[in-house]
Write a protein that binds this ligand. Structure first.
Ligand SMILES: NC(=O)c1ccc[n+]([C@@H]2O[C@H](COP(=O)([O-])OP(=O)(O)OC[C@H]3O[C@@H](n4cnc5c(N)ncnc54)[C@H](O)[C@@H]3O)[C@@H](O)[C@H]2O)c1
Length: 247
């Protein structure tokens, strides 16, 4: 018996890093999985690793496409239990250096993308107690890092939105839980980009170095916990996975 037997999960940004590992972990526990991304070749390759996994191209900023993606997930697998709003990217630059275009890009992908995802999925999610939304925040939304003002704003916004969505679902009697995860320093292409682009003495990198780097499975195991019945009494919270970086 898998912990996700009979359940269907939709994961954005599922072609790489944390999203791909979330997909593998939920599938290993019996979930049917839809992954979406803008990296088609990689997404199709990850989907091919799992027996029942569908890859769809979707830029999470595209509101109309959200409706099509949810419809295709329902059409293919018949229900929707888990939504992981995971897609993200980072552009470095402090408040004096970051362009407005790069500010908007990050806020639109991560904050607007999470808003659009919750809004598109909730009406179609299982309301029998197995519905779970997991929004990928970050330690960057909890503590000050001068190199990522827009990323921090988007992630702090996701934490606030998560609580609002959780309360809404309770008020409506939906039995859909909504939580956020705030990882820090997990080895993925995004952290490789940070190491390549930031000066070695950047405080954000120093924090990661002093607390050690985590593995995508450290986050995926929590995604599984929140998605399956183990997490049934947890909603409206943000769980930090950073080996104490934000203590
Ligand atoms: N790795 C870490 O230590 C860490 C820490 C905190 C938060 N996070 C968050 O975890 C999530 C996953 O990051 P990761 O580390 O796996 O990075 P990653 O770069 O490996 O994966 C991010 C994925 O999101 C996709 N993506 C980017 N823009 C998109 C868009 N507009 N529409 C759809 N997909 C898009 C990318 O193509 C990529 O596949 C992100 O939200 C990131 O902010 C990661």
């Amino acid at each position: 018996m898998g912990k996700m037997d009979g359940k269907v999960a939709l994961i954005t940004g599922g072609a790489s890093g944390l999203g791909a590992e979330d997909a593998r972990t939920l599938a290993r526990e019996g979930a049917k999985v839809v992954i979406t991304d803008v990296q088609d070749e990689l997404g199709a390759k990850v989907a091919g690793e799992m027996p029942e996994c569908l890859y769809l191209n979707h830029d999470v900023r595209d509101e109309a496409r959200w409706g099509e993606v949810v419809a295709q997930a329902l059409d293919r697998f018949g229900r929707l239990d888990t939504l992981v709003n995971n897609a993200g990217l980072v552009r470095f630059g402090n408040i004096e250096d970051l362009s407005y275009a790069d500010y908007k890009l990050q806020v639109e992908v991560m904050l607007d993308g999470t808003f659009l995802g919750c809004r598109a999925a909730i009406p179609h999610m299982s309301k029998d107690g197995s519905g779970s939304i997991i929004n990928m925040a970050s330690v960057g939304g909890l503590k000050a890092i001068s190199a990522i003002p827009a990323y921090s704003a988007a992630k702090a916004g996701i934490i606030g939105m998560t609580r609002s969505v959780a309360i809404h679902c309770q008020e409506m009697g939906y039995r859909i839980r909504c939580n956020a995860i705030a990882p820090g320093g997990i080895v993925t292409p995004m952290t490789a980009q940070a190491i390549a682009e930031l000066p070695a003495d950047d405080p954000g990198l120093e924090q990661n170095a002093s607390h050690g780097m985590g593995d995508p499975s450290d986050v995926a195991n929590m995604v599984l916990y929140l998605a399956c019945a183990d997490g049934r009494h947890i909603t409206g919270t943000t769980i930090t996975i950073d080996n104490g970086e934000t203590m």
